[in-house]
Design a protein. Structure first.
Length: 235
């Protein structure tokens, strides 16, 4: 009789437990979070500003006037802006085009023998360049080259003369750019400008020629209009 009662109680308890378990909601399972690595895309248009310094290149000159001397060009401040467009491909390479203009201060070069005073002055520099770069995420290293322009001030002098001063030349350079925030990048850049040789002949008999080139170092800030955040690659 005891065994029968114990068996009955066990069956009732088992049935009750099964019924309660059937009423409980199904257990939910959550997947482990998927790792998402940002993939930066540099393709698109940008515009920005820059500041820096310009340094005279070759300070040598040739003249038939033994009394003619020249100053060595001091570093001059420059500042300006740039606009450009880039296309990223393959997948870490980049090609682009950029237009840039910079105003300059204190970029004079003076020649004098006491009577003759001739001054070469540049108020601005500009360039249109192509660039080729390699990018790794937010970083970009690039080389650039193209056509250079400057103001057509000529070589002014207190004695009449004929001057051949070119306002168009070539430029090459390179830099490093880093995307530090959504749509914003900072860069540091070296650029060399060459305007060939300037020559002049003055009515006092003085003939003069010199190489006309500049080295520049700039830091800049760009805003990228195509930016919508990094493309996300899931693994």
């Amino acid at each position: 009789m005891k065994k029968f009662l114990l068996g009955t109680v066990a069956l009732v308890a088992l049935g009750t437990a099964s019924a309660v378990a059937a009423d409980l909601p199904a257990r939910t399972y959550t997947k482990a979070p998927v790792y998402a690595a940002p993939v930066y895309n540099w393709t698109g248009f940008y515009a920005g500003v820059h500041i820096g310094a310009a340094f005279g290149g070759d300070d040598s000159y040739a003249t038939n006037n033994p009394g003619l001397t020249s100053n060595s060009r001091d570093a001059s401040f420059l500042g300006g802006g740039q606009v450009g467009a880039d296309y990223q491909f393959a997948p870490n390479w980049l090609v682009g085009i950029e237009g840039q203009i910079s105003g300059m201060s204190n970029g004079d070069r003076t020649f004098t023998d006491g009577a003759l005073i001739a001054r070469d002055r540049s108020d601005w520099l500009a360039s249109v360049t192509g660039r080729l770069g390699y990018t790794w995420g937010p970083g970009l290293i690039y080389a650039k080259g193209g056509v250079a322009f400057r103001d057509d001030n000529g070589l002014s002098a207190n004695i009449p003369g004929v001057t051949d001063r070119k306002s168009t030349g070539y430029t090459v350079g390179g830099g490093l750019e880093y995307m530090f925030a959504p749509a914003w990048s900072a860069k540091v850049e070296y650029q060399y400008y060459n305007f060939d040789t300037t020559s002049a002949a003055f009515t006092d008999g003085t003939a003069l020629s010199y190489k006309d080139d500049l080295h520049t170092v700039k830091v800049g800030l760009n805003y990228h209009f195509n930016w919508g955040g990094p493309v996300v690659a899931k693994y």
